[in-house]
Each structure stands twice: as structure tokens, then as C-alpha cells.
Ligand binder design. Sequence first.
Ligand SMILES: Nc1ncnc2c1ncn2[C@@H]1O[C@H](COP(=O)(O)OP(=O)(O)OP(=O)(O)O)[C@@H](O)[C@H]1O
Length: 343
Amino acid sequence: MNNMIDPENKGVDGVTCTTDEDLAIKVRTLTKKYGKDVFALNGLNFSVQKGEIYGFLGPNGAGKSTAVKVMTTLSCPSQGEVQLYNVDAIHYPEEARKLFGYVAQQSAVDGESTGRENLMLQGRLYGLRGSILSERVVQLLERFDLMDAADRLSKTYSGGMQRKLDLAMGLIHHPKILFLDEPTTGLDPEARASLWDTIHHLSKEDGLTVLLTTHYLEEADQLCDRLAIIDKGKVIVQGTPEALKGEMHGDVVHIETMEAISEFQAKDMLQGISDLHEIIVDGLSVYVRTHQGAEQLPALMSILKAENIKVRAATISRPSLDDVYLRYTGHVFTETEEREVSR
Ligand SMILES: Nc1ncnc2c1ncn2[C@@H]1O[C@H](COP(=O)(O)OP(=O)(O)OP(=O)(O)O)[C@@H](O)[C@H]1O
């Protein structure tokens, strides 16, 4: 197995380091149960190296926000361990809180205050006072390109500017780790790209460790050094985006049929074609992995025709994180729903 890719829960982190000294975040067997039978987290294991941007990718309800809430001491786990820079965050939450900033899904910006006032208030909450505080506020306003708008009410800011102010507020006390819960949800593509740039610089220039949750495959791909695909409160697989995609050799042929067929039916029909590595069916979509998509497509189409299966469209592409996601979870990645399929 590639050491950068690993199905979790087998005791492997997928990180190249071996000592806890290199780790910013270490999470072991984290479980969070709501009521009698909702396991929001179900034995979550992963580690993040210092200075890394690590992404949690998963659909609604996968457990991403719950994991962040437990790591940021806002929620108690039912079981498990969270170490932040070797501080036990579950038993020593106050100590741990000095180490991280947290930017929640919902903005913490007060629209009726200016950007500068928001930052000053946040600083006071962390015990900063006097010139140390005002200098830190100026530093952050400059760092986030908000100096010109510093004394305007923040309700007049664009979505992207408000999000940057949120980030700046999360960094007021010089944390070593920044937790970002869906940092770019609701932003337009330009503001999203600008925020990616900012987060990248915070990590690569300032050495900040960033853990972010996202619904966006593109965000995980472009921004994260490593990512974990989360499903049903567990890490399904983790690795660098390149390694995860690289594991999927060859092409992906996507055939959209007019009527649903089962995975069993598809496998049965196509078994005669050599060089098909994987066949997954999700709804009206049949996904086939093969070394030579263009060469195999005519054979695939003629078998479907012979079986009276009408095809709406067929495409060949290089594997993307979508395909990695499909492979490990058995369903396509959607932002709003999880569709189960037989595997
Ligand atoms: N306070 C709560 N009480 C009961 N169940 C909860 C609570 N908070 C979360 N859950 C459940 O735990 C599971 C994980 O939720 P969580 O919000 O962590 O998922 P998520 O991956 O962050 O989703 P989203 O992307 O929608 O924020 C879901 O089934 C959710 O309904």
C-alpha cells in the first residue's frame, strides 16, 4: 500500500513522520453518540502534521462539524482522544484553547461594528490589551487586505471580505492551528479562489496548521496537502489528493443509461470484456475503470445495445476525486444527499 493512502481504522496515519513531536493534531478512536443510536463520530482516527492543510471531505451528516466541535472543545466526545500539540484537549480544554483559532460555519462577525471593532473585541476576549492589541489588529487588517475598509460597518462588506474578517478574528491570539468549518460555502468562485490563496499563504508562509471541512471536491483537491474522506463518522481513506487520484490508474468511462440497472446486472453483462478493473452503478450511472477507455467504449456500447439497454450519454475522463470518493463510499459525491447503492 502506498504510505500516503490508507483506509483508516487500521492504525495507520498516512503521515511520513513517526513521532508525536511532528504532529499538530492527533485524534484516536473518537466517538460521539447522540441519543440512543446516532453515531455522529464512530471511531475517527487521523493525524495532522505541523504546517499542513488537512481537509475533511464528506457529504451532509458525515460527521465533519461534530469532529471539529469536539476538537475545539465545544463538545465532549463519548470516547476517544484528541491531542493538539501534545496537549490533551479533552482533559485540558483551557490549555488547548490557547493553541487554536476556530472559524465556524456561521460567521461570528458583528455587522453593526466595523472590521477594526470586531477585531478589537475578539482580542479583548483573548485577554489582549493596549498597544499589543491595536498593533495586532492593524497587522491582521493589512494581512487580509481589509485596511481600507477597517472603519466601515462590516455589514457593508462583501461575502468574501466578511469571511476574511472571520479568519482574521480566528487568528487574533497567534494560534498554531486554525480550524475552518466550510470556509468558502456561499462564496462566489472569485472570492473562493481568493480565500484559498489566503489560506495557502497562512500555512506555507506563516507555518499555520489548518484543518478545514469542505463539501467541495475542488477545494479539497486544490488546497489540501492531505485529505480524509469521511463517511458515517469514520475516515474511509486519506492521503494527498495526488496519491488518491494516482491510485486510480487509467480512465473512467461513465455511461448514463435511460433506465436503472443493478450493479450485479452490469457486472454480469460486461464480464466478457477484459481490462475492466471496477464497475460501480449509482442510479442511472454506470462507472467503469479501465486502462484504455477509448478502446473499450465501443465494446461496452455494443454489449449494452445487445442487451437492449438504452444509453443517454457516455464520457471518458481521467480519474478525479469524485471517482476516488465513489470508489471508497460506493456512492457519488453530492452536496445535499447521500445515495446508497449496492456494492
Ligand atoms: N446535536 C445533535 N443532536 C442529534 N444529532 C446530531 C446533533 N448534531 C449532529 N447530529 C447528527 O450527527 C450526524 C453528523 O452531523 P454533522 O453536523 O457532524 O455532519 P457534517 O458532516 O458536519 O454535515 P454538514 O456538512 O451538513 O455540516 C448527523 O447525522 C447529524 O444529524
